[in-house]
Ligand binder design. Structure first.
Ligand code: UDP
Ligand code: MG
Length: 201
């Protein structure tokens, strides 16, 4: 039987953060009410991250590694991970612990309540420059004006997708998905879960 939950985590040169990521994930994998897999996508790392991911897999086969042939960028790496995820609920999360794994149990609870798309929405950003905060704000405002699909302003890619919404997403023909946009486009019942975004580890 396949896992209930799949984590999809894009990785570019995260040698320093991967051991801490695994350590922080462990209690969450235990706390979730179903079997888990963690799909780590190596997006062309050159700092030995792949070797660390491979040893994580060897120590714990719930860690699965997808290695891309070169650096394709965050969004393509996530898409590759989504294509390999087999769970009934899929959690997209960054490797640098800016998306705290502890929030995932709250996302899962909303999924159990019947939501297909659960956005983890940043209520605070520590360790981000004012320029990054301002440009992020302009970006979402502009995107909101240009399109008729709702892109939640303070949700990154940290979210949970049900199998139904993920399959709808993967059926889209776009090669370069701007995931934050197309998740809204495919519809489904969605909800926000607020959390504090941390500084990069
Ligand atoms: N990442 C990736 N490919 C890239 C750039 C980043 O897979 O080309 C990964 C990175 O390792 C991290 C996540 O995507 O897990 C988010 O990257 P980053 O922390 O640099 O983005 P930010 O927090 O500034 O949005
Ligand atoms: Mg980051």
């Amino acid at each position: 039987m396949g896992p209930e939950y799949s984590f999809v985590i894009p990785v570019l040169n995260e040698r320093e953060t991967l051991p801490e990521l695994a350590r922080r994930l462990e209690p969450i994998l235990l706390a979730l009410d179903g079997a888990c897999e963690v799909v780590l996508v190596d997006d062309g790392s050159t700092d030995g991250s792949f070797e660390i991911m491979r040893s994580l897999h060897e120590a714990d086969p719930r860690f699965v590694v997808v290695r891309l042939s070169r650096n394709f960028g965050h969004q393509v790496a996530i898409t590759a991970g989504l294509e390999h995820a087999t769970g009934n609920a899929v959690i997209i999360m960054d490797a640098d612990l800016q998306d705290p794994p502890e929030v995932v149990t709250a996302l899962a609870a909303k999924w159990r309540e019947g939501y297909d798309v659960v956005y983890a929405v940043r209520s605070e950003r520590s360790g981000e420059s004012r320029v990054k905060l301002a440009t992020a704000r302009w970006f979402y405002r502009l995107m909101g004006r240009m399109s008729d699909v709702d892109i939640p302003a303070d949700a990154g890619d940290f979210r949970l997708l049900s199998r139904a919404s993920l399959d709808a997403l993967l059926a889209l023909p776009e090669a370069h998905r701007f995931l934050r946009g197309v998740v809204g486009w495919v519809g489904f019942k969605s909800v926000d879960v607020p959390y504090d975004r941390h500084a990069r580890v």
